[in-house]
Design a protein around this ligand. Structure first.
Ligand SMILES: [Zn+2]
Length: 133
């Protein structure tokens, strides 16, 4: 594994600035999902309602809450959480297959993506082939 040395600049690069914008988008998207889920779970007692206490404090109450979310929403929420975590830890924007930087335009259009367009296309191609068999 070859690690490119990462030069840490004091000022945010354009890419990092974009990531912060994406992070904001992800946060509001998460909020929306949780609000929607909350609306459909309004019969639950109040302590189960997601509150904005920060990520660590909410993990336990969230778990039960998350279990009640429908599968698709839960998947998306997990992806959003993952993306936010990656942004925070500085690991965001790299393709998890080939390790290359994912085009920032692609990230903006699809912030939860973890693959560059080449790898994604390849994967979709493979999936389609599997379905055809
Ligand atoms: Zn890739």
């Amino acid at each position: 594994m070859k690690d490119k040395p990462k030069v840490k600049d004091k000022t945010l690069s354009v890419r990092e600035q974009k990531f912060q914008e994406i992070r904001k988008k992800l946060l509001s998207q998460r909020e929306e999902l949780l609000t929607e889920a909350d609306a459909s779970l309004s019969a639950l007692p109040e302590e189960n309602v997601f509150s904005e206490m920060g990520d660590q404090a909410s993990s336990d109450t969230d778990r039960g809450f998350m279990l009640r979310l429908r599968g698709r929403e839960k998947k998306l929420l997990n992806k959003i959480e993952e993306a936010i975590e990656k942004i925070d830890s500085g690991n965001y924007g790299a393709c998890e297959v080939c390790g290359e930087d994912i085009n920032v335009k692609r990230l903006e259009a699809r912030p939860v993506t973890t693959m560059c367009i080449d790898c994604k296309t390849e994967q979709e191609e493979e999936e389609r082939l599997k379905k055809d068999i």
